[in-house]
Design a binder for this molecule. Structure first.
Ligand code: SF4
Length: 336
C-alpha cells in the first residue's frame, strides 16, 4: 500500500533536540508537506465529517513524556505509544470514542526516552518477563516510515532478556523489519477480516491480500505470529466469507510451522460510539440496531451491544471450527 503522507504537519519545537525529530522534519520538507511550528493543532472543519477527514490527514510531531505506563490486560502487562491515532478510517474503530472530535495523529520522536521508561517497568518486574503492547491507541506500522521507531523498538527488545513486544496492525509496511535481529521477542499480530468487512468499513487500510502478504513476509522472517479476526460480523454469506478467509490464510502460511495464535472478537458498539459513528459516517451500513443485540457490561464502565447469546455461540463455534480444521499449529487465545 502507498505510504501515508500527511496533508499538514504541526511541529512541537521541542522535537528539534532529537535526531528522529530532525530527520522527520527534513523528510516532511522533502515531500513538500506544509509545516507549522506550533504546539497547538488547529482543525477548523465546518462539520464533524470534515473535522474527522482533516484530522486523519494531520500529524503533530511531538514528544511522549509518559513515565508511568497503563496496564493492558489481557493482551500484555503494559501499553506504550510511539504514536496515537492512525491514517485509517475504520467505521467501527474503538478509538472513535477515546480520541476526541479531531483524532489527528501524534508522532513521538523521543525514542530513547520512551525505551528507557519501558526498561524501568521491566526492571521493576524482575525476574518476571514483562510484555508491552504497542498498538493500543494507534497502528504503529502505518506510521513507521516517518520515524523508524518501531524498528528501533524491535531491536531494543531483541537485546532485552525479560521484555517482550507485541504489535498489532492492518498495514503491510513491514520490509524494514525483515532483516533485523528480533530474537523471537517481538510478536506480530495482523488484524484481518473478510473482504466484505474490509471493503465496506475499513477505509484507508491495506487490502486483505496486502495484509496476507505482510504476514507471509513476517512469518518468513521467523517472528512469532498471530491474527486478530475482528470485528466478526454476521451478514448474508458471512459463513462462506470467513471460510474463504481462513483458507486463504492457510494457503499463504503453508510453510510456517510455529504456533499461530488467534484472537477472535465479535462486533460490538456502545451508545456513545454509535452516536459518534453516525455523525462521522452518516451513511454507514454498519449494523448498529440495538434491538438485534444484547447488552453486556464492559470493563471500561459502559454497556456494549453484542450479538445475542445464540448468535455469538454459533459464531464462536463456527470460526473456532474453521481454525481447528485448517491450522494444526493454531491456538485460540480467546473469543469475546
Ligand atoms: S486501523 Fe485500527 S486504529 Fe486505525 S482506524 Fe482502523 S481500527 Fe482504528
Amino acid at each position: 500500500m502507498k505510504l501515508f503522507i500527511p496533508d499538514i504537519a504541526y511541529i512541537d519545537p521541542r522535537i528539534l533536540k532529537y535526531h528522529v525529530g530532525k530527520n522527520l522534519l527534513a523528510h516532511l520538507e522533502n515531500y513538500n508537506v506544509p509545516i507549522i511550528k506550533s504546539r497547538k493543532v488547529i482543525i477548523d472543519g465546518k462539520t464533524p465529517v470534515e473535522n474527522y477527514a482533516k484530522a486523519k490527514k494531520t500529524i503533530y510531531v511531538t514528544i511522549n513524556g509518559q513515565k508511568k505506563l497503563r496496564p493492558c490486560k489481557p493482551s500484555a502487562d503494559y501499553q506504550f505509544s510511539l504514536s496515537s491515532s492512525c491514517p485509517g478510517h475504520c467505521e467501527y474503530c474503538y478509538l472513535q470514542t477515546t480520541q476526541g472530535e479531531k483524532p489527528f495523529m501524534k508522532v513521538f520522536v523521543n525514542i530513547d526516552e520512551i525505551l528507557s521508561v519501558l526498561k524501568n517497568h521491566m526492571d521493576n518486574n524482575l525476574p518476571n518477563i514483562t510484555t508491552f503492547e504497542s498498538g493500543s491507541i494507534t497502528d504503529p506500522v502505518a506510521l513507521e516510515h516517518l520515524t523508524g521507531n518501531l524498528k528501533r523498538s524491535i531491536e531494543f527488545f531483541a537485546e532485552s532478556e525479560k521484555g517482550r513486544l507485541r504489535i498489532i496492525t492492518k498495514y503491510d509496511n513491514v520490509d524494514s523489519f525483515l532483516n533485523i535481529k528480533h530474537n523471537n521477542h517481538t510478536k506480530f499480530r495482523f488484524s484481518i477480516n473478510t473482504k466484505y468487512v474490509i471493503n465496506k468499513f475499513e477505509h484507508g487500510t491495506c487490502t486483505f491480500e496486502e495484509r496476507l502478504e505482510g504476514a507471509r513476509k513476517i512469518a518468513s522472517a521467523g517472528y512469532p505470529l498471530g491474527f486478530i479476526i475482528a470485528p466478526i460480523m454476521i451478514y448474508d454469506n458471512w459463513k462462506k466469507d470467513y471460510k474463504e478467509l481462513v483458507h486463504k490464510l492457510k494457503a499463504h502460511l503453508d510453510n510456517y510451522n510455529d504456533k499461530i495464535t488467534f484472537e477472535l472478537i465479535q462486533h460490538r458498539f456502545t451508545a456513545t460510539a454509535k452516536e459518534l459513528i453516525l455523525t462521522r459516517f452518516p451513511n454507514t451500513e454498519l449494523d448498529l440496531n440495538e434491538e438485534k443485540r444484547m447488552l453486556k457490561w464492559g470493563p471500561y464502565g459502559k454497556f456494549k451491544h453484542v450479538y445475542p447469546k445464540e448468535e455469538s455461540s454459533e459464531m464462536k463455534e463456527y470460526i473456532i471450527g474453521l481454525i481447528k480444521d485448517n491450522f494444526e499449529n493454531g491456538e485460540i487465545e480467546y473469543f469475546t
